[in-house]
Design a protein around this ligand. Sequence first.
Ligand code: NDP
Length: 283
Amino acid sequence: MTAKIINGKDIAAKKKIEIAQEVKQLKAKGVTPGLAVILVGNNHASRTYVTNKQKTCEELGMYSILIEMPEETTEEELLTKIKGLNGDTKIHGILVQLPLPKQIDEKKVIEAIAPEKDVDGFHPINIGRMLTGQNAFLPCTPYGIMVLLEESGISLSGKHAVVVGRSNIVGKPVGQLLLNHNATVTYCHSKTKDLPFHTKQADILIAAVGIPNFITAEHVKEGAVVIDVGINRNEEGKLCGDVAFNEVSEIAGFITPVPKGVGPMTITMLMYNTVQSAKQSIE
Ligand code: NDP
């Protein structure tokens, strides 16, 4: 294997130490950063995610509440709950775990969260601020990817970054953040013709597709930095990314594994955003 492994677990652990330090300082000033997580319905994966978020809050000395609402919750009930949290001074971050049951419009819910408590960075105001290079809560997974690149000493200016995937939560924002850092960015998606032609030009290749082992050696330029966002299950039910790790790591210069790559950074940046929100509340 030639590629250097970017160990997201280690980088997340380092960041968490810094965050815990900031929590301590804020507590000394009488403010405990608080995160409210709303879980609607019984999605098994969602429950695991919110449990992990709560555990991490606890680990970092933060305050957290979990609000569980039944599957049949109406949009109005959820919006009322969010309104209450918008006005709750103990809460600095509000996260509504997605996906939501089909009777609830996700867009309306995201827009109901006060932008200054939108620690997921999904509110159009935060997206717009990110787009125009203003101070904003950055979406956690893309932000985590940027931290992984920075901590690994990978320079972005003038590099060609190719992002495969254009979702609102990963593909689009990570491309925008790379652009903000002076990379030249190409987006690829399901309608892209001759995908390997594009991906082979990448100095930095971001795979956010959701298909197990989709990016293979034929997609990757020698020495490229390959960031695998995918969290998938292969045919044997084993966790795997979007990148065929064994063959791509023979060619790439740097690569993130799955697990222990991008995944641990997402929760870490959620905690970071919540602490920044708490800080801003006293500034
Ligand atoms: P989406 O399903 O919302 O988006 C997938 C994207 O991949 C779409 O833009 C789609 O294109 C594109 N795509 C699908 N098929 C192809 C193809 N054959 N060729 C090129 N592009 C294709 O997924 P997400 O962005 O939400 O998530 C992507 C992956 O990242 C998933 O595995 C998810 O589990 C994981 N994830 C991991 C996180 C973490 O913390 N590590 C956080 C969030 C997600 P089109 O737009 O044309 O349909």
